[in-house]
Design a protein around this ligand. Structure first.
Ligand SMILES: *Cc1c(COP(=O)(O)O)cnc(C)c1O
Length: 460
């Protein structure tokens, strides 16, 4: 069977039997799915033999790069030793114990206890219950309401999707559930109007605090936010936003949940995004980079302040997942964290490859169609605009972002589109030569998209 016959056969079965996440499966089936067969380092290979630079680390997760034999060996060794045992009934096992110790050393100092889950979504559902339970134990059972943000992403389970601010998700299945409100996002390019970024950052922080005051802080349990919004389009808040917001939440006795599923474990050049932003959350949501995606895993970091109340005043926390602390996932996480430490990959993102790529990335704004280009560590985005000075966007029907995404894939680079914003989050092992290749490909994609938009008369 030739490569293309093999691809067609697989595409046919996929179309018959596979319901894809966040996908219009009818449209996908009509065009034919792309099948990724193998990956090594920062490169993917599909069944057609194309080599594609993975600008998205799989789905924000493969931080150390694809195909690391040391992680594969650690997982395999653990599976031979102890494939599975639960952590519910007065039992534990060495890998979950070692991972908990290790996490307490890499997370900010207030975090010394960890609850394990299978994903970021499950972690946020866990925090939703934990935070309300905490306030019950504190004798403030009225504190029930959660503040999320418009265009925030916290996962796809019922509580997580409700905490998130994607209206496309809320429209399906009657979300959000009661008790959740959404504050504005600190997206200066899109919403800042005539304000300068710093003024806008303070303005959005104050709007959020005002929302809380209108509800009554005695009814608000917590605010959840990503330090940098990921799935919402890599939106880096103005530097004034976080300090002002975090101080206001503290004053009002509202807990802060930092959703670190993307920002955590070095993505921003610090171990955690909250450290980059200078804030001290009460909970952190962890997933993705915790195992670099080698085995699914999520976790909740619980601060000492919360944990002491749960332990001293609480009883049984009636919550858990069969796979909480799965031995194979723990083994993958331990080895992954050891690699981040021993190969100094977080420092590499902060001091070497991060700044190297950022300089070239920011220069993309020299192009007439690029409105802004931002990057912290190795997470970035650029914005297509039909008019730079007016910061205007293309009509949604023009699907400029999706066009660019497809052109990018065809040119051997994975870029993700969020509306007309293109996002990138490559593995930390990206070399300078690979970064150059990435930028060359991005420039080609921008030129092709520009030609496309001009052909449609959407830009001069
Ligand atoms: C991906 C993501 C989640 C959800 O994680 P899953 O493992 O897909 O459930 C939650 N929060 C953020 C910020 C994410 O990017």
């Amino acid at each position: 069977m030739s490569a293309s016959e093999n691809t067609l056969a697989l595409q046919h079965i996929d179309a018959e039997h596979h319901l894809h996440p966040f996908t219009n499966t009818r449209e996908l089936n009509a065009r034919g799915v792309r099948i990724i067969e193998s990956a090594q380092g920062v490169y993917l290979r599909d069944t057609e033999g194309n080599r594609i630079l993975d600008g998205m680390s799989g789905l924000w997760c493969v931080a150390v790069g694809h195909g690391r034999q040391d992680i594969i060996d650690a997982v395999s060794k653990q599976l031979s030793q102890l494939t599975f045992y639960n952590t519910f009934f007065n039992t534990s096992h060495p890998p979950v114990i070692e991972l908990s110790r290790l996490l307490s050393t890499v997370t900010p100092s207030q975090f010394n206890r960890f609850f394990y889950t299978g994903s970021g979504s499950e972690s946020n559902d866990t925090i939703f219950r934990l935070a309300r339970y905490y306030w019950e134990l504190m004798g403030e059972p009225e504190k029930q309401i959660f503040v999320g943000r418009e265009n925030g992403y916290h996962g796809s389970t019922v509580a997580a999707a409700s905490l998130g601010g994607f209206s496309s998700m809320h429209r399906q299945g009657g979300l959000p559930i009661p008790g959740i409100v959404h504050a504005p996002q600190p997206f200066w390019w899109g919403n800042g109007g005539d304000m300068d970024p710093d003024t806008f950052g303070r303005h959005v922080a104050q709007q959020t605090l005002q929302m809380i005051d209108e509800i009554g802080a005695h009814k608000v349990a917590a605010m959840i936010a990503e330090p940098i919004q990921g799935a919402g389009g890599v939106i880096v808040p103005p530097r004034t936003y976080w300090p002002e917001l975090a101080a206001g939440l503290k004053q009002r006795n509202v807990l802060l949940i930092s959703d670190e599923v993307i920002c955590g474990f070095g993505r921003t050049g610090e171990w955690f995004g909250c450290e980059l932003m200078g804030i001290e959350p009460d909970f952190m949501t962890l997933a993705k980079g915790i195992t670099s995606g080698y085995v699914p895993m999520g976790a909740v970091a619980v601060s000492d302040r919360i944990a002491s109340v749960l332990l001293e005043q609480g009883g049984e926390f009636a919550h858990g997942y069969t796979y909480s602390g799965h031995p194979a996932a723990c083994a993958a996480a331990i080895k992954n964290l050891q690699i981040l430490q021993s190969e100094k990959l977080v420092e590499r993102v902060r001091d070497d490859i991060g700044p190297y790529l950022q300089a070239k990335w920011r220069a993309l704004t020299e192009h007439p169609m690029i409105g802004e280009a931002v990057m912290e560590g190795l997470i970035g985005s650029f914005q297509f605009t039909s008019d730079k000075a007016a910061r205007s966007t293309f009509p949604a029907e023009a699907k400029i972002g999706l066009t660019a995404r497809d052109l990018s894939f065809q040119n051997g680079l994975v870029l993700r589109a969020v509306g007309d914003r293109m996002v990138i989050a490559p593995p930390f092992c990206l070399t300078h030569a690979e970064a150059d290749e990435l930028i060359e490909k991005v420039q080609r994609v921008i030129e092709l998209t520009y030609a496309h938009a001009r052909g449609l008369g959407l830009i001069a």
